[in-house]
Write a protein that binds this ligand. Structure first.
Ligand code: TTP
Ligand code: MG
Length: 424
């Protein structure tokens, strides 16, 4: 059985892995020169985000997918309660409906919402280590080698990380810790949901031995079928198979298969130290509009979303861009670069509104609006109230931190400016 650790790292039952904090071979204190890699994967990500917004859905079978009215919609995410009925990602929604007619089906088309959560997650990761490699909307590798002096042994760090994600975002995740990325990713998948799994160097062979080959990231169904023709079904069987035969059958991937099944992976965590170049949000409007007031209210809402993201990332930007798509699908973009970087929705709105007034006739219908801020710099550096700033400052800025805290706690739609459209 795969050892399942309670989130405090203590054994759950007699079959679980012994964690002896004093011994290096369990990672309580990693061996000198040994890497410690952590992989985080959010549990049923889109579904959990939707459940967080509607707590009465917690524990219920929830399926997030495309529009069920469209014939070819598929499941994007299924809560763990829904998975008990056999529902899984990629399955046609009609099949999911047959498997569990009473499941709650939600349309998950608001990718911005999930990406916002994703960027907040990233911020939490960076509080533990600068070595962070995001690998999808809800997954990242963290190289936590040498972080013990700040956060304690790896399991303790992982527990703190899980707690922080829970308290800040209200979302469950699974964490894997291992000497490399390949094994850390495997570890995070072994005890989902809410898992915390460690694969110490000296337990690799034992833990991989009886697992099916497809449990390892990189071995898909096609490779598994070929392997089964060689009589290989488990990672243990693959690990002891002659590498020369694997090379003949799989070419250069043969050697990788051999190394991977033996738990060997040297790939580094490639951290993204380069900050984003711009931040933006756009919305296709529920119906095409010509009314300047309606356009202004959407722009205020979008400017607020962009400004909030800038503040979350502690950056400010100078170039403000308006994007407009007319009902005939002709796109227009207009930019203005201001003298000082901003993270204020009212400054961003002022500029985009001015640009929009110059681009709308009151006759031509607008289908989509977008607001983007680029030429980003780190925020604090510019946080002054000296005279030249007054033109670009607004006294409403004083309430931004309060509004941000309300949104942190109760969700993005919890509070908005009078006159702003609801686009969250
Ligand atoms: P995953 O991490 O693969 O899945 P998950 O988080 O829903 O569930 P698990 O607990 O097994 O990790 O993907 C993250 C999100 O990406 C998922 O919630 C929705 C989205 N997604 C799709 O939109 N389409 C897909 O086919 C898959 C697999 C995911
Ligand atoms: Mg996930």
């Amino acid at each position: 059985m795969i050892p399942k650790l309670r989130s405090d790292g203590i054994n759950d039952c007699p079959t679980t892995l012994q964690i002896n904090r004093g011994r290096s071979d369990t990672f309580a204190e990693p061996l000198k020169g040994e890497r410690v890699i952590l992989h985080v994967d959010m549990d049923a990500f889109f579904a959990s985000v939707e459940q967080r917004e509607r707590p009465w859905l917690l524990g219920k079978p929830v399926v997030v997918g495309g529009d069920p009215g469209k014939r070819r919609g598929v499941v994007a995410a299924a809560s763990y309660a829904a998975r008990k009925y056999g529902i899984k990602a990629g399955m046609p929604l009609v099949t999911a409906k047959k498997l569990c007619p009473h499941a709650i089906f939600l349309i998950g088309t608001d990718r911005d919402k999930y990406e916002d959560v994703s960027s907040r997650l990233l911020k939490i990761f960076y509080q533990f280590t600068p070595q962070v490699e995001p690998c999808s909307v809800d997954e990242a590798f963290l190289d936590i080698t040498g972080c013990e002096s700040l956060f304690g042994p790896p399991l303790q760090l992982a527990k703190k990380l899980k707690e922080k994600i829970e308290t800040k975002l209200g979302l469950p995740c699974s964490v894997g810790i291992a000497p490399n990325k390949l094994l850390a990713k495997l570890a995070s998948s072994l005890n989902k949901p809410d898992g915390l799994t460690l694969i110490p160097r000296d337990k690799v062979k034992e833990m991989l031995n009886s697992l099916e080959v497809t449990r390892l990231c990189g071995i898909g169904n096609k490779a598994a079928r070929t392997l089964s023709t060689l009589g290989i079904h488990t990672l243990g069987e693959l690990a002891s198979y002659p590498v020369e035969v694997l090379k003949r059958k799989f070419g250069k991937n043969g050697e990788w298969l051999h190394l991977a099944a033996n738990g060997i992976d040297f790939s580094p965590v490639i951290s993204q130290t380069v900050p984003e170049k711009s931040m933006g949000h756009e919305r296709t409007l529920p119906e095409d509009v010509t009314d300047p007031k309606q356009i202004a209210s959407v722009l205020l809402a979008l400017s607020t979303m962009v400004a909030r993201r800038l503040r979350q990332r502690r950056v400010r930007g100078r170039t403000i861009t308006l994007k407009m798509r007319y009902s005939d699908f002709v796109n227009l973009t207009r930019s203005e670069t201001i003298a000082f970087p901003t993270d204020s929705e009212h400054v961003i709105f002022k500029v985009t509104h001015k640009l929009a007034l110059g681009a709308t006739s009151g006759i031509r219908k607008v289908r989509l609006l977008g607001v983007n801020v680029s030429r980003l710099t780190e925020g604090e550096k510019f946080f002054q109230t000296s005279l030249p700033f007054t033109e670009y400052r607004d006294k409403r800025e004083m309430v931004y931190p309060v509004m941000d805290r309300i949104r942190d706690r109760f969700g993005e739609g919890a509070i908005k400016w009078a006159g702003a459209a609801s686009v969250v």
